[in-house]
Design a protein around this ligand. Structure first.
Ligand code: KIV
Length: 280
């Protein structure tokens, strides 16, 4: 699609059911994102996403959307300790998680790790620009590449990572000029998030897109109000339960069994003390 200049749609999601619906919608690539730390686990930071959990949700997404391209986000420190550990962990995403490729947040210094993964046959997407796993170092999340020097560093990172073997790039939170410069300097598809419209593909966190995030980032415009729908449905359930109208269809006893139960009760009236709840 990138070669044909057809923009491709990507979303970060976290479970088989959502993946199934997104695949039905025609979304081309699903990312098992480490934003799961906040979105699914309610943790404060991306860096708290556990490796085991990430492998499990990657596999779940692939089960839900077997025909979509599934990219696994390698969590904090799963590719920094040593090259051997990095390959081992990336391999788990490919074999246990059934991922089609792995994503790692990288600058040029990680090129050797990307090269080793590539040698091992693991397709790598290198995530440049703003890298959420470095928030501990840089403080609050903020756009990158606003100065020419910083923009040049991002382009240099992208070029080094492509040379090392990255088959995809993802660029986050940069002015459109910086994404353009990366596209011009490289030859692999570039996925953007908050990086303007020139990128070959675009990605968002699904919860931001469907209106389930209280404070979505400035570049994420919701197209639905699913959070509000969940609130409405939950409130309706509360109302139904309290009025004794739970909906659906009741199970039926086999022919004659209800009468048998009633005569058993008549023979033994003291058994059982529970009264059904009073409907309001
Ligand atoms: O974890 C994530 O959600 C990401 C974004 C780039 C979509 O990495």
């Amino acid at each position: 699609m990138a070669q044909r200049r057809e923009p491709f749609a990507c979303l970060a999601c976290y479970d088989a059911t959502t993946a199934r619906w997104l695949a039905r919608a025609g979304v081309h690539l699903l990312l098992a994102g480490d934003s799961a730390a906040q979105v699914v686990l309610g943790l404060e930071r991306t860096i708290d996403a556990p490796l085991e959990f990430m492998v499990q949700i990657t596999a779940a997404i692939k089960r839900g959307a077997p025909d979509a391209v599934v990219m696994a986000d390698m969590p904090f420190l799963s590719y920094h300790v040593s090259e051997a550990r990095a390959i081992e962990n990336a391999g788990r995403f490919m074999t246990e998680g059934k991922a089609d490729c792995v994503k790692l947040e990288a600058d040029a210094s990680l090129a050797p790790v990307v090269a080793r993964m590539t040698t091992a046959g693991i397709p790598v997407c290198a995530h440049v620009g703003f890298r959420p796993q470095t928030t501990g170092l840089v403080g609050v999340p903020t756009a990158k590449g606003r100065s020419a020097d910083e923009a040049k560093r991002i382009v240099d990172d992208a070029v080094a990572l492509e040379r090392a073997g990255a088959v995809l790039l993802l660029i986050e939170a940069v002015p459109p000029e910086v994404a353009r410069a990366v596209i011009d300097a490289t030859s692999v598809p570039v996925i953007g998030i908050g990086a303007g419209t020139d990128c070959h593909g675009q990605i968002l966190v699904v919860n931001d897109l469907i209106g389930m995030t209280d404070e979505a980032p400035r570049f994420a415009e919701p197209v639905a109000k699913v959070g509000e729908e969940i609130r409405r449905a939950g409130a309706e359930w509360v109302r139904r339960v309290s009025s004794g109208d739970v909906g659906g269809q009741a199970y039926r006893m086999h022919e004659g069994e209800a009468a048998a139960l009633a005569s058993e009760k008549a023979r033994n009236p003291g058994a059982g003390v529970n009264e059904p709840p009073v409907s309001r």
